[in-house]
Design a protein around this ligand. Structure first.
Ligand code: SAM
Length: 298
């Protein structure tokens, strides 16, 4: 069984990028009245406490969400719409101010959906699946949300196309096992075959591993061959080089960067991210290697 628990990482810079893109995408898709189905193939526990043991141990939110809340763009410019919207959603979960509670993708999505939209959540880790179930049960959302303790890669594509014929599919595996990279590609290929007009969003870590570099390249080839539009956004907050401690030990830098790759993105996403990414790179920079990229095609 996997050891990855999202509670250690909730609210880190990767979540900031992923959830900013998720909210901007959903906001556009929800402008149409027609029902939308959202599928979250790797849901996690749904809600996290940033003042709890897990988050305290890793302190990752301090370099992500908490830094963003405290920061102001240098040139005095207002925050880009997409960032303001992301912070607005976080604030909705923390009505007394601050950020004690962090909503994971299931709660962010549910918060934005309307009554006639649907949400399907897949989570395999027994503890996180149980927590997710309990968290979702509190919403009393009835048939709007289905929580499935199943392999999202195996089960979710069978559900496509959804009855609504409009869908956003978020793929956010932990990449704890190398095969996750290949499984994302297989899933995306199968999903596109079944439902070519769906919007697909993949988060991935940018780490020194060939599979991580190949993934966006191969997704781009897949989208292009299928005649679909795509968008690729990355955010780097620090150097990926190993560093030495004063005692001469080698230290890993932790996750330095991550990316989001979308197939059939909303046309509004690129201008939204063109304004948001430079600010995120500036405000979340941990060293001079902080950077962003934004590319699209199709
Ligand atoms: N999407 C969540 C968010 O943004 O709040 C975070 C998800 S976390 C990065 C990845 C989750 O996928 C973990 O909770 C892990 O237990 C779960 N997982 C791993 N492999 C899975 C699989 N094949 N199917 C469903 N869930 C899986």
């Amino acid at each position: 069984m996997f050891s990855y628990r999202h509670a250690f990482h909730a609210g880190n810079h990767a979540d900031v990028l992923k959830h900013t893109v998720l909210i901007a995408t959903l906001t556009h898709l929800l402008e149409k009245d027609a029902a939308l189905t959202v599928v979250d193939t790797h849901a996690g526990a749904g809600l996290y406490r940033l003042d709890g043991d897990y988050a305290d141990t890793s302190g990752e939110a301090a370099e992500g969400l908490l830094r963003l809340i405290a920061a102001k763009p240098k040139d005095g410019a207002p925050l880009a719409d997409a960032i303001a919207r992301y912070l607005g959603v976080i604030a909705d979960f923390n009505p007394k101010g601050g950020a004690k509670v962090y909503p994971g993708s299931p709660f962010i999505i549910q918060h934005l959906l309307r009554d006639h939209d649907r949400l399907k959540l897949y989570e395999l880790h027994p503890t996180d699946a149980k927590t997710l179930d309990a968290n979702i049960a509190q919403l009393d959302a009835g048939r709007q949300i289905a929580v499935l303790r199943e392999d999202g890669f195996l089960s979710a594509s069978k559900f496509l196309p959804p009855p609504s014929r409009r869908a956003l599919v978020l793929m956010d595996p932990s990449y704890e096992i190398k095969s996750d990279y290949g499984r994302v590609l297989e899933f995306a290929a199968e999903a596109l075959k079944r439902f070519a007009t769906g919007t697909y969003a993949v988060w991935y870590p940018i780490i020194p591993r060939p599979e991580a570099h190949d993934l966006p390249r191969r997704l781009k080839t897949m989208a292009t061959k299928a005649g679909k539009s795509w968008l690729h956004a990355t955010l780097t907050v620090k150097s990926s080089k190993l560093t030495s401690t004063p005692t001469g030990e080698t230290k890993r830098p932790g996750l330095p960067a991550s990316g989001m790759f979308l197939i059939n993105p909303p046309f509004t996403l690129k201008p939204q991210l063109a304004a948001a990414l430079p600010q995120l790179a500036e405000l979340l920079a941990q060293d001079r290697h902080a950077a962003f990229s934004l590319d699209s095609g199709g």
